[in-house]
Design a protein around this ligand. Structure first.
Ligand code: ACO
Length: 428
């Protein structure tokens, strides 16, 4: 093994530089010493969309996109999905290790003590139009929480941070349920903290005073697995937003509200909703080949396929496919499943998708499951945001404690007009 350095020759000047390599990276700021003239700014790297820029060092989530590996704190996602539950995984992410029984009981208690929402939030939810998109409501409610808990501003105090984490993880499902009940014009159900995290969410959404009401355990378990799969995914668009906004030292509610907005987009957490709309638009298995042809001609994308990092089957998609069949056994089968399976079958053997390494991602099947669980389509991104809150908060904590981090401030390559004089309006 040679030296852990990179030798760069600047052909403009003939000068040679030796840059250290650490963890397979060079420091972008080391490039700044490379100058054509003594007074020039120094070399920068140009990386639109951060295609090849590590923004932080992290110990939270490991992904090997080529091999299709995803691990939280070193634990393979397959093992967590099979043996763990969402709240335990949230603890693992935030505190770095699996809890023992005592700590898990404590953690459950902390979260369940924070499931009730402030009446101001109830009023805020009721102020929205009946057809308001739930993500707009979530973004607003999380942002409004910063006004209800002004102590959250004190982000340098670890105890204050921890309390906001309990509040966010505890209250976000209640906001989801209330937003839903408001939309369908039904009274709100108070949280039932004797239930599991996901069973409580289903209960708050569904309960209608039935004497024999019970949350279907298969459905609560399926939602729990989906929550585990969505809990973190390292530096994606919304997490980078959480870190970026949080780097200004704003309170976590404001940062999380920005991360939620980033997640809302159709290329990110909005994709599961987009997949369902696409499946409905295709309408019938016999239309699948024609749809694929149109995608190949660039007339739209096959939603739920492709990923910036996974150039192999998204490991979460494999688990979700299995969960989908379990859910469909407990509910009515979804006719759109047939279209999804056919799309996947054709795409996986089509040269266009093979050459571009486009495989199903986590969103390809999740929408079908959410639909079978009875959630309206607009709620799908919300169901991504609830579990991702744990990931965002963990990444936020790591960013705050990282001595190398500062306020996020990328550079630009300015290509606009050079300096010119203002022309008065009457002379233009
Ligand atoms: N359908 C058809 N073609 C696609 C798709 C797709 N879903 N995704 C990528 N491609 C093609 C592009 O047209 C491009 O082809 P070209 O080289 O001939 O121009 C090539 O594959 C590379 O695509 P990029 O857009 O450069 O890939 P990028 O890494 O920027 O995009 C993304 C990743 C946004 C996820 C993309 O694959 C996509 O739009 N997928 C559909 C939306 C989706 O499912 N998003 C969910 C992502 S997972 C998540 O957020 C949880």
């Amino acid at each position: 093994m040679g030296k852990e350095t990179l030798t760069v020759t600047d052909n403009r000047t003939g000068k040679i530089y030796e840059l250290p390599i650490e963890h397979g990276t060079i420091r972008a700021t080391d490039l700044r010493q490379i100058k054509a003239e003594t007074d020039d700014f120094g070399l920068m790297s140009y990386d639109p969309a951060y295609m090849n820029t590590a923004e932080c060092k992290s110990t939270i989530t490991y992904i090997d996109g080529d091999k299709g590996i995803l691990e939280y704190r070193g634990y393979p996602i397959e093992q967590l999905a099979e043996h763990s539950n969402y709240l335990e995984v949230a603890y693992l992410l935030i505190y770095g290790d699996l809890p023992n029984q005592e700590r898990l009981a404590w953690w459950r208690n902390r979260i369940s003590r924070h499931t009730f929402i402030h009446n101001n939030l109830v009023e805020l939810i009721q102020a929205f139009r009946y057809d308001a998109h739930p993500m707009g409501i979530l973004i607003s409610c999380v942002s409004a929480m910063s006004t209800l808990f002004p102590d959250a501003k004190n982000v340098d105090d670890p105890a204050v941070r921890e309390k906001q984490i309990w509040r966010i993880i505890g209250q976000v499902p209640t906001i989801a349920a209330y937003a839903y009940r408001n939309r369908i014009g039904r009274p709100f159900n108070q949280p039932d903290n004797s239930l599991s995290y996901t069973a409580n969410l289903l209960y708050m959404m569904d309960y209608m005073n039935q004497r024999d009401y019970e949350v279907n355990p298969v459905l609560a378990k399926a939602l729990d697995v989906l929550f585990i799969l969505h809990a973190d995914h390292e530096q994606n668009c919304s997490t980078a937003t959480m870190r970026g906004v949080g780097s200004s030292r704003v309170d976590p509610y404001s940062a999380l509200s920005a991360a939620t907005a980033a997640l809302y987009g159709p290329l990110h957490g909005g994709a599961n909703e987009a997949v369902l709309r696409m499946l409905q638009q295709i309408g019938n298995v016999k239309n699948v080949p024609d749809f694929i042809d149109r995608v190949k001609k660039g007339e739209g994308r096959l939603m739920g396929f492709g990923h910036r990092v996974y150039k192999n089957y998204d490991p979460r998609a494999k688990i979700i496919r299995k969960v989908a069949y379990e859910v469909f056994e407990a509910t009515d089968s979804n006719p759109l499943l047939e279209i999804a399976v056919e799309l996947e079958r054709i795409a996986l053997q089509d040269e266009y998708f093979i050459a571009r390494k486009l495989y199903p991602n986590v969103d390809f099947y999740s929408g079908l499951i959410y639909q079978a669980l009875g959630f309206p389509m607009e709620y799908f991104p919300f169901l991504f945001a609830i579990p991702r809150a744990a990931g965002w908060l963990t990444q936020w904590l790591e960013m705050l404690d990282d001595p190398e981090q500062k306020i996020m401030r990328p550079r630009q390559v300015y290509l606009g007009a050079s300096q010119r004089d203002y022309v008065p309006l009457e002379q233009r």
